[in-house]
Design a protein around this ligand. Sequence first.
Ligand code: PGA
Length: 257
Amino acid sequence: MRRKLFAANWKMNLDPVAARDLVKAIRAELDPELGALGKEREVMIAPPAILIPAVQQELAGSAIALGAQNMYFEDHGAFTGEISAPMLKAFGVTHVILGHSERRHVFGETDELINKKVKAALRHDLTPILCIGETLAQREAGDTTKTLTNQLLNGLQELDCAQIARVVIAYEPVWAIGTGKNATPDQAQTEHRALRGVLIERADEDTAHNIRILYGGSVTAENVDSLMSKPDIDGALVGGASLRAESFVRIVRALKL
Ligand code: PGA
């Protein structure tokens, strides 16, 4: 069975005080449950980079994992404004979101750059969460499958099966991010199944079966149960709804209530 991953992407929100308060509130609810739930679900919080030390302190002793929203692929050097995998690791980070649609569309990240970041994350034993997703124009042109397949294969270039098995995929339709328009559970399931098919071809049956494919894009406490009831949806990458303890905790408890 694939262990579900519920990942909070705080994006460029919160300050140190609000971040600590939010983590405290999430821990108060989830820490007592995570011992029992931990075998079947994993929880991760990705704050803005500058809040990572505060969140690391606040998460001490918790089973909740610490993530980053981005990083650069070089370890150190003249790369003004960037942060490397070893730096993230020094602050207890275990997961890193890569190729988020905002990185692709606002900051111009290419598949080639994202692939270098995925390889750097694996080299440093960080779990990469490789985000892929089609725009509304691509969906309307009937190019969803082609777009997702290309982003997936390009993101995984030069990786062997053992490395691919360590990657988490996040399917986030661009038109569903922050818009309140989530993909229907059936739409998401269709794409997740197709992606698993691509992974069978690219890697092998076992790897494709074991890899986790998260859904992201306007996931809320209200729609999470129906999304998580689909067989190929292995968790959620949550933006807006992860900024309030109540909604994020409810999302982590999907199908449990
Ligand atoms: P959203 O963001 O939940 O606010 O739509 C998801 C994401 O961008 O990861």
